[in-house]
Design a protein around this ligand. Structure first.
Ligand code: ZN
Length: 109
């Protein structure tokens, strides 16, 4: 597993980069070296559950992606209900943006 942000390599059981707080990607799903990929934001979602849902859709469409959250920022403002105010941003490689955007927009409607 690789971090799309800092490019560190992790063992398979690790799913989140401890430095960047984002989900790791499997390099095997990518056709070009990770550092050549231009990641773009597709959607910003109102919570982790939405992010995981989107992730499953992108997975089944074989689109590489990672999720970036604001958990660390929200830790300073923890609401009684937990994750209120938190969001998840979905990133995909630039060349997958249109396809991913259509899939996720359909899902939200
Ligand atoms: Zn990282």
């Amino acid at each position: 597993m690789y971090c799309p942000s800092c490019h560190d390599e992790f063992i398979d059981s690790i799913t989140i980069c401890s430095d960047c707080n984002i989900t790791l990607v499997e390099n095997i799903a990518l056709n070009e070296p990770l550092e050549n990929i231009n990641w773009v934001k597709v959607k910003e979602l109102p919570g982790k559950v939405f992010g995981e849902m989107m992730g499953e859709v992108l997975n089944s469409a074989e689109i590489p992606y990672f999720l970036k959250s604001d958990w660390s920022a929200s830790a300073y403002n923890v609401a009684p209900t937990g994750l209120v105010g938190s969001y998840v941003q979905v990133y995909v490689p630039e060349n997958f943006h249109d396809k991913a955007n259509k899939l996720l927009t359909d899902l939200m409607d």
